[in-house]
Design a protein around this ligand. Structure first.
Ligand SMILES: *Cc1c(COP(=O)(O)O)cnc(C)c1O
Length: 532
């Protein structure tokens, strides 16, 4: 081998060259900042044909600028969602404290699989998990958990514990012929199906309980279902309750579910299911748990105080959960992937633990501590803990209270304004979160009347088709005629989570995750609807 060339190669790609790196970093940074002058782009037309047809790579070693050039067009062609007009879905702009954390993480590149590969980064994970657990469970003695690559995987952990709880030994011996189901609500996220499928329960063995108008799981129907299942000798591995449904922010009565499953499983003398709570979207309201509504130190308006009191009441429910999923990369405005799976009692991780004999690769691992002994993943990124601690400490509890309260305030403002229009109907009026779901019908229609008939099943198939079409067509019309520099980008769902008489209800939607969205932008949404 040409040692000269080899050492040039190593020097370029494995030595630190702070100036070269800073230069490229500032170039990339300028490109993001330049987005300020752009409107939130429609997706730039992608060139999948060429992407597949030209997988060639450079032949000769290049330099760091070649690395930059290799990705730059795709980087440029990707919208960061920093624009305050982005309201389509549960994706916000990532916060800058998280950026600092994430960059620090990338510079050291820890692997959270075991202490040996990550040293103090594993300590940071424990700190971040405990900080989040304290917010969620309030006063708790011995919580634990891990960061995963997403809410789906965090939900998978909850389901997996449930299986082991009710079929001990399943990790080793499988389900051993035991019939088993999981339960969620009809407004639950589709990841519940992914989880049931991937856990081997089967998607058909995931039971979705209908929700009421508030998008909460109906406990009367859950009670009936539990009786029916237990009578038939079928075990329930887990209930995945939702704290903040993705579209409408419905919150399940977690304490009610807790009482019901404990009581019913005891009555049938069967092991009680895992009560997992999918708070991927909703968890951030816990920032307001401690807000003093009497003193009102942040000078919230009386309306915001009322919203705060309402979420404080809901937050209490989380304390009844065995385990919780939180996505910091959603309302935490953290970098992907920053999802956490948190158990209230560390002892519950025993349901996932393997022995060192099972993982000879980590023969020196410590079963009591090393995550690799109980995680699904082997290598795990450190982005989550770094993003979370930098964001929590950088922004501070009071900062978070302002951010969360402002999201609630913006959603509330839009709901209020839309309620004044006869041809519009806010569907998730009673939920208290950052999302708004609503209908726009042609002027002259009475949306409330139509809604009442819809939910009481008094519309013909033909009428339903007409209304569904009108709601969609007006959405598309706004999309075609809107001014992209002025009009916010909204989302659309074909079923927002309440399905009376199994009828799906479509909705326009807006998600207020962007702290830079203004009252003017919200008011303009309502004007743009009036102009349709
Ligand atoms: C987004 C979401 C998930 C899935 O989380 P990912 O991080 O996208 O995998 C699960 N549940 C709810 C309620 C969600 O909104």
């Amino acid at each position: 081998m040409d040692r000269q060339k080899y050492s040039e190669l190593v020097n370029t790609f494995f030595e630190w060259h702070p100036e070269d790196l800073s230069l490229i970093f500032s170039e990339l940074l300028s490109a993001v900042v330049a987005e300020r002058s752009l409107t939130p782009a429609d997706i730039m037309s992608q060139n999948y044909e060429t992407a597949r047809a030209n997988p060639e790579i450079n032949n000769r070693p290049g330099n760091l600028k070649d690395a930059r050039d290799a990705v730059f067009p795709y980087f440029w062609g990707t919208d960061s969602w920093n624009n305050p007009l982005h309201l389509e879905n549960v994706k916000g702009p990532a916060n800058q404290a998280s950026l600092i954390g994430a960059i620090a993480c990338l510079l050291k590149n820890p692997n959270l699989c075991t202490d040996r590969y990550s040293q103090r980064s594993n300590e940071l994970e424990i700190k971040a998990i405990t900080a989040l657990a304290n917010l969620i469970y309030y006063h708790t003695d011995d919580p634990s958990g891990v960061f995963t690559i997403g809410g789906t995987i965090s939900n998978l952990y909850g389901g997996r514990i449930g299986i082991e709880r009710v079929v001990p030994g399943a990790m080793q011996f499988g389900l051993q012929g035991q019939r088993l189901v999981g339960i969620c609500s009809e407004a639950g996220h589709y990841s519940n199906q992914t989880v049931a499928g991937w856990l081997g329960l089967g998607i058909r063995n995931l039971i979705a309980i209908p929700t009421d108008q508030h998008l909460s799981m109906r406990l009367d129907l859950l009670a009936e279902k539990l009786d029916e299942l237990y009578r038939d000798g079928i075990l329930v591995a887990y209930i995945c309750a939702t704290f903040g449904t993705t579209d409408g922010f419905g919150i399940d009565d977690i304490e009610g579910i807790r009482k019901l499953i404990d009581e019913t499983s005891a009555r049938y003398s069967v092991p009680r299911p895992q009560l997992h709570v999918d708070a991927a979207v909703g968890w951030a309201t816990v920032m307001l748990s401690d807000y003093d509504c009497q003193q009102n130190p942040l000078a919230f308006t009386s309306e915001t105080l009322e919203l705060t009191r309402r979420v404080q009441e809901k937050n209490i429910g989380l304390r009844a959960a065995d385990s919780v999923t939180i996505d910091f990369h959603k309302m935490g405005r953290g970098h992907y992937p920053s999802s956490a799976f948190i158990v209230n009692r560390r002892d519950d991780l025993k349901y996932l633990t393997r022995s060192v004999a099972d993982t000879p690769y980590f023969s020196d691992a410590d079963v009591r501590r090393d995550p690799a002994m109980f995680t699904l993943e082997c290598s795990r990124p450190g982005i989550g803990p770094y993003s979370v601690m930098a964001s929590l400490d950088g922004i501070g509890l009071t900062g978070w209270q302002m951010l969360v309260a402002r999201s609630l305030e913006m959603a509330h403002r839009l709901k209020q304004k839309l309620s004044e229009l006869e041809h519009c109907k806010v569907l998730n009026q009673t939920t208290c979160g950052p999302t708004v779901n609503w209908w726009v019908l042609p002027k002259g229609r009475n949306a409330e009347e139509i809604y009442q008939k819809w939910i009481h099943n008094q519309l013909s198939e033909g009428q339903l088709t007409v209304f569904r079409r009108e709601i969609r067509q007006l959405f598309d019309k706004r999309l075609k005629t809107m001014n992209p520099a002025l009009d916010a980008r909204l989302g659309f769902t074909t079923s927002y989570g309440f399905r009376p008489h199994r009828l799906e209800i479509p909705a326009w939607k807006a998600v207020f995750f962007n702290p830079r969205t203004t009252d003017e932008i919200i008011d303009r949404i309502v004007e743009s609807i009036a102009e349709l």
